[in-house]
Write a protein that binds this ligand. Sequence first.
Ligand SMILES: [Zn+2]
Ligand SMILES: [Zn+2]
Length: 142
Amino acid sequence: MSKTNILPEVIQALKASGSRMTKKREQILGALLTFNRPATAEEIRERAELPSSDLVTIYRNLETFESIQALQRIPLENGTHVFELTALGEHYHHLICRACHKAERLNLCIGKDVEGQAKAKGYTNIAHVLEVYGLCEDCEET
Ligand SMILES: [Zn+2]
Ligand SMILES: [Zn+2]
């Protein structure tokens, strides 16, 4: 599915969750669509052409998109996060370059095994995170 096709779905899911599509949300979604890699909140803010005072707004809206499962939050090793728009409910693991933050999707999910064990222990609402870090070919050269 191409990224531009995500928008109507996202708007629909926002409505269903009781949230409105605001001007700022539109700007943030528009900015997210222009990245071909996960981006930091600050990068998203810049590309959405919102003032730095709006960073809290950015985070709040990213949380909203995350709650309707239209956005994946990808943790970096330094404790910060980058964000990537996904089709609703899509779930990926990434191979991330720790220098340039390029992120490739990995074609595997450890979810079934791990979550199976969590379920067996009586847990519900289970989620998991697995990201793999390294230096990409471009960054390693220098
Ligand atoms: Zn790199
Ligand atoms: Zn997974």
